[in-house]
Ligand binder design. Sequence first.
Ligand code: G1P
Length: 296
Amino acid sequence: MQRVRKAVIPAAGMGTRFLPATKAVAKEMLPIVNKPSIQLIIEEAADSGIEEVILVTGRGKTEIVDHFDAHPQLEEILRRAGKEALLREVLRPSQMVKISSVRQQRPLGLGHAISCARHLVGNEPFAVFLPDDLVDAKRPCARQLIDLYERTGKSVVALMNVPRAETSSYGIAAGSADLHDPRVVDIKSLIEKPAVEDAPSTLAVVGRYVLDPSVFDWLTRTNPGRGDEIQLTDALAAMIQAEGLLGYLFEGDRFDAGDVTGYLLANLNWARKTPRIWTSLLQYVDTHRGSEGDGG
Ligand code: G1P
C-alpha cells in the first residue's frame, strides 16, 4: 500500500459569506486566535504525516503562499531582539511541510479545483482538506482517514451526523456500517446537497478525504452538477460501483469556519486552550450576559 504523503487544499473560493472582511483579505488568512485558519489546517496535515501540500489558489490569494514562506528580514529582527519564542512562531509555518501552489483560473467548482493539482499529485493517493472545515481532535481527523485507507486501499471520506434540516448544505452519504468497526461506513450512494426531503440519510461529508489517484480520471468524466459546477461528490459517487468508497465517522469537534458563527465558535474553542485568554473571555461573558443586542 502506497503511503499518503501529499495533500491538496483548495483555497480559491471568494469567501462571500465573510464580506466585507474578505474583500481584500483571503478568508483562509482570518485568524483563529493568533494563527490564520489555514495554518491550523496545515498543522493537522503535518501531524497526520503529510509531507507535501499543494494549495489550489486564485486571484488575491498570494498572501497564503507568503505565510508559508520564510521571511528572512523579520526573522533577523526577532533574532537580534532576542525574541526567541516569537521567532519560533514565525519560522514554524515555513518548516512544517513542503508547499507548492497552482492557480485555478476559473471558479468551475471543487472537483475542478482538485483536478488542477493533478500534475503535482501524480499517481499516488492523496488527502484533501477543505479549509473551511476545522477539526479539533486528539488524533488528527486526516490521520484517522489515512489509517483506514492504508488498511483497506479504498478511498475514504470523513462523515458526521447532522440535523436533517441541514442535509441540504452537505454531500450526503448512504450505506451500511461495518460489523467490526461502527465508525466505518461502506458507502452505497452519495449526493451533493440534496433537498431535505430527498436526503437518503443524515450522514454528511465533512471536508477531509483520502483519495485514490484514479479520482482524477473520474473527475474528467464528471459533468457540471449542482450550481453548474464540477462537483467532487459527483466524481466520488461515480467511483463507488467500480472501486468502492468508505466513510469514516471521525472522532473530534468540527467547526465551519466559513460561516461567521462557526468561525467565532472556532475562536472560542481554540481560545480555551490558553487559560489567560479564556479567563478574560469568561469574565466578559459574565459581565455582559443578558445584555444581548445592546448597541455601542
Ligand atoms: C463542500 C462539498 C460538500 C461537503 C462540504 C463540507 O461543500 O461540496 O459535499 O459536504 O464541503 O464542508 P461547500 O461547503 O464547499 O459548498
